[in-house]
Design a binder for this molecule. Structure first.
Ligand code: ATP
Ligand code: FE
Length: 369
């Protein structure tokens, strides 16, 4: 079995050809990050235009690199939910054209499901396992019981941690920092935090009283931005765009606070699943993925949690943690093998900008605590 995967849900145009055993035969990606960094965020029509300009080339590159003839493909898998409407639309209409042209089955993919299943391309991870997805656009904890069988234990009630880190980094003008100018906001904060004291500023973790697995980052973001504004007033004579002398302390405190928040929620999710016998008592697996998962400080905090609960912590390598075509193709393989969601007729298929992952049991988790 061979699947071509196509991803355009956000700001990366990506494609890959993957076989049944998880071999990546060909891959190509075009990142729009640089363009969006300049505007300080993704402008959807710009993202759409860039996807349009690149999708044909990227898919062609992935297929030629794979040395597979298009007629040998078993199916085409494409992200159709959730994501930016304008971006999803480009990937979907391109894929449908290709599907009709090549007369292949179509496998619509849920972007978060693909992130969650990526680990199985690399390791023999059996169902069920717990997954924590932390990125610029998403934040959730879910129990993965099967290829398309998810229990949503918790999610962010507002923004995602990567989004928050990006906004804080922008307020700190880290893009002007000589050591961080080419880094994403989250990476810049991780880098700078190493030079700071996390206890210099007192920043409280969010949602301390809510005993569930939900997350929140927007209160924290405003609190930190207030602190930055205060510091700017204190550090008299600081020019617009100049780096605060306390920037490293702020970075360290923010990183520490979100690490504690994420670790606490994850700990609760593990205990809940074990109590309900939804996860193995002795060899449960926690998979952490998404761009923020590459943060080593947050990973350390999660390691403490998994060590204390006899769980194994697994993270895909960074290039598979962020958006890519491989995970979409692999999700296609998983669905082909399980025989779920493989379409031979694509009539009426639509993209869905908003689409929750699995069955939401987050209220039940809160009540159980
Ligand atoms: P999606 O939610 O659809 O995956 P996305 O493109 O925003 O969307 P990713 O590409 O997975 O998400 O990750 C990007 C995010 O990860 C950015 O917000 C970035 O700041 C953050 N990030 C990257 N490296 C680090 C790091 N070392 N520490 C913390 N955050 C990081
Ligand atoms: Fe993603």
């Amino acid at each position: 079995k061979l699947v071509l995967g196509i991803e355009t849900s956000c700001d990366d145009t990506a494609a890959a050809v993957v076989d049944e055993t998880g071999n990546v035969l060909g891959e190509a990606i075009h990142s729009q990050t640089e363009v969006h960094l300049k505007t300080g965020g993704i402008v959807p029509p710009v993202a759409q235009q860039l996807h349009r300009e690149n999708i044909q080339r990227i898919v062609q590159e992935a297929v030629s690199a794979s040395k597979v003839s298009p007629s040998e493909l078993s199916a085409i898998a494409t992200t159709i939910k959730p994501g930016l409407a304008l971006s999803l639309g480009v990937g979907l209409s391109f894929s449908l054209q290709l599907v009709h042209q090549l007369k292949k089955p179509f496998i619509p993919i849920h972007h978060m499901e693909a992130h969650a299943l990526t680990i199985r391309l690399l390791n023999k991870v059996e169902f069920p396992f717990l997954v924590l997805l932390i990125s610029g656009g998403h934040c959730l904890l879910a129990l993965v019981r099967g290829v398309s069988d998810f229990l949503l234990l918790g999610k962010s009630l507002d923004i995602a941690p990567g989004d928050m880190l990006d906004k804080v980094a922008r307020r700190l003008s880290l893009i002007k920092h000589p050591e961080c100018s080419t880094m994403s906001g989250g990476k810049a904060i991780e880098h700078l935090a190493k030079q700071g004291n996390k206890l210099h500023f007192d920043i409280k973790p969010p949602m301390q009283r809510a005993k569930n697995c939900d997350f929140s980052f927007s209160g924290l973001q405003h609190h930190v931005i207030d602190k930055i504004i205060m510091q700017k007033e204190k550090e008299e004579g600081i020019q617009k765009g100049q780096i605060l002398s306390s920037a490293a302390h702020i970075a360290a405190a923010v990183q520490h606070t979100i690490a504690c928040h994420i670790a606490k929620r994850t700990h609760r999710a593990i205990l809940f699943c074990k109590q309900r016998h939804l996860l193995s008592q002795s060899n449960a697996v926690l998979v952490v993925s998404g761009g923020v998962a590459s943060n080593l400080y947050i990973r350390k905090a999660l390691e403490i949690v998994t060590n204390a609960t006899q769980c194994t912590l697994l993270c895909p390598p960074p290039r598979l943690c962020t958006d890519n075509g491989i995970m979409i193709a692999w999700n296609g393989i998983e669905r082909l093998r399980a025989g779920v969601g493989v379409l031979h007729n694509t009539e009426g298929i639509r993209y869905e900008p908003k689409c929750p992952l699995g069955v939401d049991i987050s209220e039940e988790v809160g009540e159980a605590a």
